[in-house]
Ligand binder design. Structure first.
Ligand code: TXA
Ligand code: MG
Length: 311
C-alpha cells in the first residue's frame, strides 16, 4: 500500500491520517494518544463530548478495548467483521476518556477495506476515527472529498478509491439488557436480525419534529425529502428545485440517485456534493423504501433535511 510507512510514522508521532474504509473515509489518530484524539476534534470542528469509533483488526482485539463483553458481541464480531457494523461495549479502563467523550462505553469496528486493514496491521494498535469531514457536513467517500473538506488539517490522506458501501456503519449498543440499534447503516437491519433476532430501534428521525435535532450529514442546499408518491406534487410546489432520484422530472435539474438501494448508498454523498457544486438552492429527494440499505439512506436524508442549527 502506497504511503503506509509514512502513515504509521504520522500516527506514532500523534498526527492525523485520513484513510479509506468500505463505508466512508475516516480521520484517524492513535487511539491511546489523548493529544492526538484532541487534534481530531479540532480538525473536524466537533464538540469534545462526541465519542469516536475505535477501529480494530478484528474480534481478537475486543478485549484490549472493552470489558464485560457479552458472548453476543463476540459472535457478531466473528460473523460481520471486517464489515460495516460498530459495536458499543463497556470501555476498558485503559482507554483514554477523550476517545469516548467521557462515557464509559466504547464503539468498536473492524473496517472491511484492504488499505484500512493494512494500516491497522502495520500500526499494531487501534485507530480512533470519525468520518473525515467537518462536523455536520456530508461524509467523504473519496480521497478528493477529504482533501476538499479538511485541507491541511490532516497530515496525510491514504487514497483507496471510492468507498464501496458509501454510507456509515450500522451501530448497535450491546451494553443494555437487549441490543439496541443506535444508527442504521451499511449493514442492513435484516442481516442483523437474521443473526440475533429482534432488536430495539432507536427513535426515528423526523424532519417534522423541529428543534429536536440539529441537521447532520447536510449539504449547503436545502434538502426536502418526500414520499415517492408525493414527488410530482412537491416538484410543482418547489419550482426549479433539483431532483435527486432515479428519474428526472421535466423542468427540474436532475442529479441521479439510482433506484437500487446498494447503488444509491454508494452514490448518496457524492450526489449531495454534486448538487452543491451545481449551486442548487433546494434539492427534492424521494425517500427510498424502508428496507435493506434504504433504511440508512432514509435516515441520512431526514437528518440532512432537519432544521439547521442557528436557523
Ligand atoms: O462507518 C463508520 O462508522 C465511519 C467509518 C470511518 O468507520 N465512522 C463514523 O464515525 O461514521 P462518526 O464519528 O462520524 O460517527 C460515529 C458515531 C457517532 O454518532 C457517535 O456518537 C457514535 O458513533 N458513537 C461513538 N462512540 C459511541 C459510544 N461509546 N456510545 C454511543 N455512540 C457512540
Ligand atoms: Mg460523521
Amino acid at each position: 500500500v502506497d504511503g503506509l510507512d509514512e502513515a504509521v510514522a504520522v500516527l506514532r508521532r500523534g498526527g492525523l491520517v485520513a484513510f479509506p474504509t468500505e463505508t466512508v473515509y475516516g480521520l484517524g489518530a492513535a487511539a491511546r494518544d489523548p493529544a492526538a484524539i484532541r487534534r481530531i476534534f479540532d480538525a473536524k470542528g466537533r464538540p469534545a463530548d462526541h465519542p469516536v469509533i475505535v477501529h480494530v483488526r478484528g474480534a481478537a482485539d475486543l478485549d484490549r478495548w472493552a470489558i464485560d463483553i457479552p458472548e453476543l458481541a463476540r459472535s457478531l464480531a466473528r460473523r460481520f467483521w471486517p464489515g460495516p457494523l460498530t459495536l458499543v461495549l463497556r470501555r476498558h479502563p485503559d482507554v483514554p476518556l477523550e476517545v469516548t467523550g467521557g462515557q464509559d462505553t466504547i464503539a468498536l469496528r473492524a473496517p472491511d477495506h484492504p488499505v484500512a486493514l493494512a494500516l491497522l496491521e502495520a500500526f499494531g494498535d487501534g485507530i480512533a476515527a470519525p468520518s473525515a469531514n467537518r462536523f455536520g457536513d456530508v461524509s467523504p467517500t473519496t480521497a478528493a472529498h477529504v482533501a476538499l473538506d479538511l485541507g491541511d488539517r490532516v497530515d496525510l490522506i491514504l487514497d483507496g478509491g471510492p468507498c464501496v458501501v458509501g454510507i456509515e456503519s450500522t451501530i448497535v449498543d450491546l451494553t443494555g439488557s437487549r441490543p439496541r440499534l443506535l444508527r442504521p447503516g451499511g449493514l442492513p437491519l435484516e442481516a442483523l436480525e437474521a443473526a440475533i433476532g429482534d432488536i430495539e430501534l432507536a427513535p426515528r428521525v423526523s424532519p417534522r419534529a423541529p428543534g429536536t435535532l440539529p441537521s447532520h450529514y447536510a449539504p449547503r442546499a436545502r434538502v426536502v425529502v418526500v414520499a415517492e408518491e408525493d414527488l410530482l406534487g412537491a416538484a410543482a410546489a418547489h419550482r426549479g428545485a433539483a431532483v435527486l432520484g432515479p428519474r428526472p422530472i421535466p423542468g427540474h435539474p436532475h442529479v441521479l440517485l439510482p433506484e437500487d438501494a446498494t447503488a444509491a448508498a454508494r452514490r448518496l454523498y457524492a450526489a449531495l456534493r454534486e448538487a452543491d457544486e451545481a449551486g442548487y438552492g433546494t434539492v427534492l429527494v424521494p425517500l427510498p423504501k424502508e428496507a435493506g440499505l434504504g433504511r440508512a439512506i432514509g435516515d441520512r436524508l431526514r437528518r440532512a433535511a432537519a432544521p439547521r442549527e442557528g436557523g
